[in-house]
Design a protein around this ligand. Structure first.
Ligand code: URA
Length: 209
C-alpha cells in the first residue's frame, strides 16, 4: 500500500489556499509554489541518509552530520514540475536533476513521452519525482515506470494536490512509491481536472492562459 503523507503544516495550507484563489496573479502563484516546494522538501527529505565528517569549530574538533545531496535526484515532469523544482533545489542545492517530458493527450488523457534525460549512475541514487498535480495519475505512472527502468535505490513522488482517483491509480501501478502531498481534493472531473483544485497548474505557473 502506498504511504500517503499529507503535509498539513499551517504554512503549507495557508499558501495553498492563496494559490487556489483564481484571482492570484501569475507572479504570486509562482512565488507561492516556490515557497511551498521548499517547505515540502523538508518533509520529503526527512529520512535522507546522513554521514559523519570531522570538522573543526573555532573551539575544537568534532564529528558532525552531513547529507550527500549529490545522491538525490529530483525528476521534474515537464512542464509543470519545473514550478516545484526551483524551490526544492534551493533547499538541496547539490541534488542532481532529471527531466521527463510528457504531455496529456487531450482525448485519451494518456501520457505521451517527448523527452527523457537523467543523470548517470541512477542505480546509486534516491529519486524524488515532482509534479504539482497527481490527477489521473497517468503522467506520474509513466514517469515512475521509465525511472524504474534505471534501477534507482528509491523513488518518492511529491505533488501539491491530488485526489482519490490519482492516489488509487498510482497505488495500483506502483504500490512501492510513497506520495507526499499538501492536499487530497474531492474528485476528478471528466476532463481530468481536480475539483475543487486550482485549475491548470502549468498555465498558472507560466501565465499561458
Ligand atoms: N493538471 C492540472 O494542471 N490541473 C488539474 O486539475 C489536473 C491536472
Amino acid at each position: 500500500m502506498n504511504d500517503v503523507h499529507l503535509i498539513d503544516h499551517p504554512l503549507v495550507q495557508h499558501k495553498l489556499t492563496l494559490m487556489r484563489n483564481k484571482e492570484a496573479s501569475t507572479n504570486s502563484f509562482r512565488r507561492l509554489l516556490n515557497e511551498l516546494a521548499m517547505l515540502m522538501a523538508y518533509e520529503v527529505t526527512r529520512d535522507m541518509a546522513m554521514q559523519e565528517i570531522e570538522i573543526e569549530t573555532p573551539l575544537e574538533k568534532m564529528k558532525a552530520k552531513v547529507i550527500d545531496g549529490k545522491k538525490l535526484v529530483f525528476v521534474s515532469i515537464l512542464r509543470a514540475g519545473a514550478g516545484i523544482l526551483d524551490g526544492m533545489l534551493s533547499v538541496v542545492p547539490g541534488a542532481r536533476v532529471g527531466h521527463i517530458g510528457l504531455y496529456r493527450d487531450p482525448k485519451t488523457l494518456t501520457a505521451v513521452e517527448y523527452y527523457f534525460k537523467m543523470p548517470h549512475n541512477m542505480q546509486d541514487r534516491d529519486v524524488i519525482v515532482v509534479d504539482p498535480m497527481l490527477a489521473t495519475g497517468n503522467s506520474a505512472i509513466a514517469a515512475v515506470e521509465r525511472v524504474k527502468e534505471l534501477g534507482p535505490k528509491s523513488i518518492k513522488l511529491v505533488c501539491l494536490l491530488t485526489c482519490p482517483e490519482g492516489i488509487a491509480a498510482l497505488h495500483k501501478a506502483h504500490p512501492d512509491v510513497p506520495i507526499y502531498t499538501a492536499a487530497i481534493d474531492r474528485e476528478l472531473n471528466d476532463h481530468g481536472y481536480i475539483l475543487p483544485g486550482l485549475g491548470d497548474a502549468g498555465d498558472r505557473i507560466f501565465g499561458t492562459k
